[in-house]
Design a protein around this ligand. Structure first.
Ligand code: NI
Length: 167
């Protein structure tokens, strides 16, 4: 297993559209294992392949406190959504920034798991937010896109300054 390098906003590579996975083979399973390892290491509650510059439709999530409920969704599609909720979100690609974002309250998602089996799940609350956030990554979208452009520019400047200092 290996830790993967996470891209940071405003890196343009985060805007890439991920391609569907054709076959869940050993290479994909090894990538999934690395995504989990990277997410647990940081630590974070979700990670999309896009964030490590791999443009395949794969997300990994674990919202449990014990960090023992890994969820992998490959080629995820939202079949239905209802209601709205507004919760504070952060992102491993937008470090130290937290903002309230409006999302659907409940979603039904269809995807493949890491074994290539089809699954359908209905999610509420944090899990629903997390899945919507990660699916956005696969479309090249970030949570800061829901903010005003002024706010987004401020965040971009702040992070670029930080990246310059760290370099
Ligand atoms: Ni994110």
């Amino acid at each position: 297993m290996a830790l993967l390098k996470i891209l940071h906003f405003p890196d343009p590579r985060l805007r890439t559209q991920a391609k569907p996975v054709q076959k869940v083979d050993k290479a994909i399973q090894s990538l999934v294992a690395n995504l989990f390892e990277t997410m647990y290491q940081v630590p974070g509650v979700g990670l999309a392949a896009t964030q490590v510059n791999i443009h395949k439709q794969i997300i990994v999530i674990d919202i449990s406190e014990e960090r023992n409920q890994p969820l992998c969704l490959i080629n995820p599609k939202i079949l239905a959504s209802e209601g709205t909720q507004r919760t504070e979100e952060g992102c491993l690609s937008v470090p130290d920034i937290f903002e309230k974002i409006e999302r659907s309250e409940r979603i039904t998602v269809q995807a493949l798991n890491e074994k290539g089996e089809s699954l359908t799940l209905t999610a509420n609350e944090i899990l629903s937010v997390c899945i919507q956030h990660e699916i956005d990554h696969l479309k090249g979208k970030l949570f800061v896109d829901y903010l005003s452009s002024l706010k987004r520019q401020r965040i971009s400047k702040k992070l670029l300054n930080k990246q310059r200092k760290a370099a």
